[in-house]
Design a protein around this ligand. Structure first.
Ligand SMILES: Cc1ncc(COP(=O)(O)O)c(C=O)c1O
Length: 370
């Protein structure tokens, strides 16, 4: 069957990306593969399996539900839920045997109480807000107080101390150094009293750009999927994009000068030309901002996306002469022949980041794994 919209995910590429990341780590650091938001739109469960095969030793998600979903598929994997947890979500995360993040005494007490009720100590990672200004405790002394409280609590296991970096993808900003310096103090004090605790700070960009950030573990998301954390050319960093997005030409029709395509008549043919209709649209995650602002691969060539992106369809200008006929394949992300459209290219056209492009591919689009 021809799928109207299909995302193909190359699991071997995920595995190779992880193997490469792992080889680049300093000091024996572990690779934690970040598979939140359904593996950045690629499919969390299958990508987690590929990441583990590629040498990742841990998996991270944002939410308790994500942890529960992963736990069913990967009974032995080490999981970390990185996000904030409401009391009920603490139970779900602990039920999934996931490590959890903590940065306030109140939530440490809650996690401890819930762990006692389950009869199994909860593994916690105390989070330092070294400058991200989001989750985490800004006060280094309070962070170290929580570290001691967790270490002493029989219902808790102090597993990690960590932070998250705000500007690792902006090499010209000095803020990465500022954050790493702030975290270094917390890290050194923790290391001295609790040598076995996992210290971690780096995302993909820091993992690639700043070996000093590797500590005991790096948390890589975007690079696992072969996308460039700097929004540039992933291939130049030896990363292989795992996802491609496919549709097909459902109809081809000749437009006369002045004929228009799509809502609002935002594009009109200037001369006689053939227009292909692809049954994929913003309901699938092809953002409306790509209206008259993208190229789609058909017949191995780049063809302009013309007219407004609808919920279920887009139109492409195939030119005054075409060999394209209904049923021909079309590629919106990925390669066809020698041409390639990257998630980074679409992100740049949409003035966003590659993360949002793949996360935005909707659940209506089946994922096919190869
Ligand atoms: C706390 C945390 N760590 C690590 C990551 C992975 O970041 P990246 O996908 O840039 O590697 C994320 C993703 O946003 C995150 O929120």
């Amino acid at each position: 069957m021809t799928e109207r919209a299909l995302a193909r995910v190359d699991l071997a590429a995920v595995e190779r990306n992880c193997a490469r990341l792992r080889r680049s780590l300093t000091g024996g650091a572990e690779l934690c593969a970040v598979v939140k938001a359904d593996g950045y739109g690629h499919g969390a469960v299958r990508c987690a399996g590929a990441a583990l095969a590629g040498g990742a030793t841990r998996l991270a998600v944002a939410t308790a539900r994500e942890a529960a979903e992963l736990r069913e598929a990967h009974p032995e994997a080490s999981l970390l839920t990185m996000g904030a947890l409401a009391p009920d979500e603490v139970d779900v995360a602990l039920g999934a045997r996931s490590d959890v993040a903590v940065w306030r005494a109140e939530s440490l007490a809650l996690i401890s109480a819930r762990a006692r009720a389950t009869g199994r100590p909860a593994s916690v990672h105390v989070k330092h807000d070294s400058g991200m200004g989001r989750l985490g405790n800004r006060d280094a002394a309070e962070v170290l107080g929580l570290v001691e409280a967790a270490a002493e609590d029989p219902d808790l296991e102090l597993t990690g101390v960590w932070t998250h970096l705000a500007t690792a993808d902006e090499p010209e900003s000095g803020f990465l150094t500022t954050q790493l310096e702030a975290f270094a103090e917390v890290a050194a004090a923790t290391r001295e009293r609790h040598p076995g605790v996992l210290l971690h700070a780096a995302n993909s960009a820091a993992t690639i750009a700043e070996p000093d950030s590797h500590y005991d573990m790096v948390r890589c998301g975007i690079a696992v999927y072969g996308l460039d954390p700097f929004g540039e050319d992933a291939a130049a960093r030896d990363l292989e994009p795992a996802l491609s997005l496919h549709s097909y030409v459902a109809d081809v029709k000749l437009f006369e000068p002045g004929d228009s395509a799509g809502y609002g008549r935002t594009w009109r043919a200037a001369e006689p030309t053939w227009v292909g209709v692809l049954p994929i649209g913003y309901g699938d995650g092809v953002r409306r901002g790509l209206s008259n602002n993208a190229e789609v691969l058909v017949g191995g060539r780049r063809r302009p996306l013309v007219g407004t992106v609808s919920m279920d369809n887009v139109t492409v200008d195939l030119g005054p002469e075409t060999e394209t006929s209904p049923g021909d394949p079309a590629v919106l992300i990925g390669a066809q022949g020698s041409e390639r459209v990257s998630a980074e290219e679409l992100a740049s056209r949409l003035q966003t980041i590659n993360y949002e492009v793949t996360c935005g591919i909707s659940s209506r689009v089946p994922r096919e794994y190869e």
